[in-house]
Write a protein that binds this ligand. Structure first.
Ligand SMILES: [Zn+2]
Ligand SMILES: [Zn+2]
Length: 260
């Protein structure tokens, strides 16, 4: 199985997962044109996409979903509440491509299972993606971490996790107070410190690939996110590079392609 983060950040999110005969996207939060171009840039074919899975209805996760579904005749999967919330923004798509997903979808040789997270949207989810005995987990846009999330992402072979902001940067930064409260609140976003604590709870074998994503443009920068998480892992006696593979994803370009 291959994983590539095409884009990750508060300005748009799209993750690409491929096996021998199945290709899916998780979120399509930039224009359809940009996403298709980036798929070509990594040497792949947008026409091979079998399904798009949506985490929640915010524009940085759905912007290109409707146009891609229409252009490529691809089904879009989301739970009922998310569909209700995003339908006006997606535009008319073929009714056969509207897929309500509450528990598990089998797409070719992939199993895709959503799990609940905590965010200010209708019914936000993270995803587990299984292929043979391998597991990818994606968890962004969550303001708090609970036992369910920890259990779901435990022992992933590859984990994409939000490292949205530095709490001090939010507090002294330019956001108005209600927005600061939203970002820092339990239905907001995960800080660098929270990401570090969470990763240290869920990596067990020491061979996992952990990617930091969904960085805020205003309240974070990549080196700060990376160093904060790396320091927390070291404090918890977890080796990094060599040890777990800890790397960044990017708001405006694709990551490496990871083989799992
Ligand atoms: Zn988001
Ligand atoms: Zn969001």
């Amino acid at each position: 199985m291959e994983f590539c983060s095409l884009f990750s950040g508060s300005s748009g999110n799209c993750q690409y997962i491929k096996t021998e005969n199945t290709t899916i996207l998780v979120d399509a939060g930039l224009s359809g044109k940009k996403i298709q171009q980036e798929i070509v840039n990594i040497g792949e074919d947008p026409k091979k996409i079998d399904a798009i899975f949506i985490t929640h209805e915010h524009i940085d996760h759905i912007q290109g979903a409707g146009i891609m579904s229409r252009r490529l005749n691809v089904p879009v999967y989301a739970n009922k509440k998310t569909w209700d919330a995003m339908y006006p923004y997606i535009g008319n798509i073929n009714p056969e491509n509207i897929k309500i997903l509450e528990e598990c979808a089998e797409i070719g040789d992939l199993s895709v299972m959503p799990f609940d997270i905590s965010h200010d949207s209708a019914h936000p989810v993270g995803y587990n993606i299984f292929y043979k005995n391998k597991k990818i987990s994606i968890v962004t846009d969550t303001g708090c971490i609970n036992e369910l999330i920890i259990n779901k992402i435990m022992n992933s072979d590859l984990l994409l996790i939000e490292s949205n902001h530095d709490e001090d940067m939010v507090l002294i930064g330019p956001y108005p107070w209600p927005l600061k409260r939203r970002v820092l609140g339990e239905f907001g976003h995960m800080s660098n410190d929270t990401a570090g604590d969470l990763i240290s709870k869920v990596v067990k074998r020491g061979t996992e690939i952990v990617l930091l994503g969904h960085l805020s443009k205003e309240n974070n920068f990549p080196q700060l996110a990376y160093k904060t998480v790396e320091n927390i892992l070291k404090e918890n006696s977890i080796d990094v590079n060599p040890g777990i593979c800890l790397e960044m994803t990017y708001r405006d370009k694709s990551s490496k392609i990871y083989e799992i």
